[in-house]
Design a protein around this ligand. Structure first.
Ligand SMILES: Nc1ncnc2c1ncn2[C@@H]1O[C@H](COP(=O)(O)OP(=O)(O)O)[C@@H](O)[C@H]1O
Ligand SMILES: [Mg+2]
Length: 238
């Protein structure tokens, strides 16, 4: 398995009152190490569900998921959580920093959880905060800093255990265009350093800058040519 991400015929069905929702409907999705993929598609098309399959936050009803050398579909919840802590940095739309911890404590947390960097957690956290230009506010609480700063702290936290894969579910969804642009450049830098990035975005300008765009429609992936034509048609295919 040389792909960093490989989903084969992944289906996800949710049971709801009065029936079933087919969130994913036979998805084949492969990502090479070092790729930068933007996932786009209408609300409800299955983007978050797909992200949750990749991170192992949720599991498929049917199909196979291999990520970073592991077959997630054959691991139990604890095994997946342990694997995720070291292999996937997840960045969410609403940042999800712990409000009772300072910025630097939030970045240290994944190292504590995974038992990594035992002798230098604070130093490593400070290096990562420096990378996202937050070293000077390391001891503030999330409520004391801006949304853009919170999201950069969330990225530092995502990098804590040096995972090969960074995944974002609308990471710029709550940021102004300047902060979104900064965030995107940061992702580009990470990819240039060898990380793999998969990011859901509604922002057509940002998606248009990603080297690969993958559109999700009704729980399926559309082919590349079709997407590029549509984005060009919308004036965002630069
Ligand atoms: N936990 C859940 N229970 C029931 N239905 C869900 C759940 N999560 C997602 N869905 C449904 O699955 C479909 C895909 O959702 P989602 O992956 O969140 O789409 P997107 O992120 O593209 O907006 C939607 O119809 C949504 O309502
Ligand atoms: Mg979503």
């Amino acid at each position: 398995m040389d792909k960093l991400i490989s989903l084969q015929q992944v289906h996800k069905t949710y049971k709801i009152k009065g029936g079933l929702v087919r969130a994913l409907n036979g998805v084949d999705f492969e990502v090479e190490q070092g790729e930068f993929v933007a996932l786009v598609g209408p609300s409800g098309s299955g983007k978050s569900t797909l992200i949750n399959m990749i991170t192992g936050i949720d599991r498929p009803t049917d199909g196979e998921v291999h990520v970073a050398g592991q077959r997630l579909t054959h691991m139990n919840e604890d095994q997946v959580a342990g694997w995720r802590g070291k292999n996937v940095g997840v960045v969410f739309q609403f940042f999800q920093l712990l409000p009772s911890l300072t910025v630097v404590e939030n970045v240290i947390m994944p190292m504590t959880y995974a038992g990594t960097y035992k002798n230098g957690r604070r130093e490593r956290a400070m290096e990562l905060l420096d990378l996202v230009d937050l070293a000077d506010i390391a001891d503030k609480y999330p409520s004391q800093i801006s949304g853009g700063q919170q999201q950069r702290a969330a990225i530092a936290r995502a990098l804590a255990n040096d995972p090969p894969l960074i995944v974002g579910d609308e990471p710029t969804g709550n940021l102004d265009s300047v902060s979104s642009g900064l965030m995107f450049s940061l992702f580009e830098d990470l990819v240039a350093q060898g990380k793999t990035m998969v990011m859901v975005t509604h922002d057509k300008d940002l998606a248009g800058k990603a080297p690969r765009i993958q559109e999700v429609r009704d729980g399926r992936l559309l082919g590349g040519a079709e997407i590029n034509r549509r984005l060009v048609g919308n004036g965002a295919g630069r």
